[in-house]
Design a protein around this ligand. Structure first.
Ligand SMILES: O=P(O)(O)OP(=O)(O)OP(=O)(O)OC[C@H]1O[C@@H](n2cnc3c(O)ncnc32)[C@H](O)[C@@H]1O
Ligand SMILES: [Mg+2]
Length: 201
């Protein structure tokens, strides 16, 4: 395989990486994790998901010399005016502490009635052909659901056990990985990204 077909997956989140790898399987590209190159964590200073996805993709491309695909995602809760949003990974203070983040979310929603517990997962993907690519590919996906009062299921990662998907009669944490990928924010964003990558040849 030529080096032109190698892409770096710019994420340090193991749950995301597994989903992204499965979603990118239809493309004949050689995916490498940024951890294989000891890429330091990028500073996510953006205002929105799109800003941070681009920061992460450019950062990984700069450190590896490879084209890069990054994901910035999060949960936006209606009753919390869109929080935790871009701060989803560190809502309770420690980056990646899913249990603490979920506890804090339940606490903040303790007095919110069922009808007002709507939320959406957002995913923004950025693909840059190099660190200074002037026209990166960008794709978004949104997945609507609502926030449960207690966790259900132990699949997925992050807020999945608290995210109720009425059409599936299951939490995101109860869905099989392939089913989650078929309908999730990340799955939708990746379908759109793949269309763009294919159209570009
Ligand atoms: O930045 P990278 O290295 O990719 O990893 P990260 O975990 O810090 O990722 P983000 O900055 O994009 O933060 C996303 C957070 O949003 C939450 N999240 C995103 N997608 C999710 C999903 O599919 N299921 C559950 N929680 C999700 C989860 O808490 C993630 O840590
Ligand atoms: Mg992050």
């Amino acid at each position: 395989m030529s080096t032109a077909t190698r892409w770096v997956l710019a994420s340090g989140n193991a749950g995301k990486l597994a989903e992204m790898r499965a979603l990118l399987a239809p493309l004949a590209i050689d995916l490498v994790a940024q951890s294989d190159f000891d890429v330091p964590e990028a500073e996510e200073t953006g205002i929105g998901f799109v800003d941070n996805a681009l920061i992460k993709a450019r950062h990984a491309a700069a450190h590896t010399g490879l084209p890069a695909i990054a994901d910035d995602s999060g949960l936006a809760v209606d009753a919390l005016d869109g929080a935790p949003g871009v701060h989803s990974a560190r809502y309770a203070g420690t980056h990646g502490d899913d249990a603490a983040n979920n506890r804090l979310l339940l606490e903040r929603l303790a007095n919110v009635v069922d009808a007002e517990r709507g939320a959406a997962f957002h995913c923004c993907l950025a693909a840059t052909r190099g660190a200074r690519d002037p026209a990166p590919f960008i794709a978004h996906g949104i997945w609507r659901g609502s926030i449960l009062r207690a966790p259900r299921g132990d699949g997925g990662f992050g807020y999945d056990p608290l995210f109720w998907v009425a059409e599936e009669r299951a939490s995101a944490g109860e869905l099989a990985p392939a089913r989650k990928n078929a309908i999730s924010h990340r799955g939708r964003a990746m379908q759109r990204l793949i269309e763009q990558l294919r159209a570009d040849g």
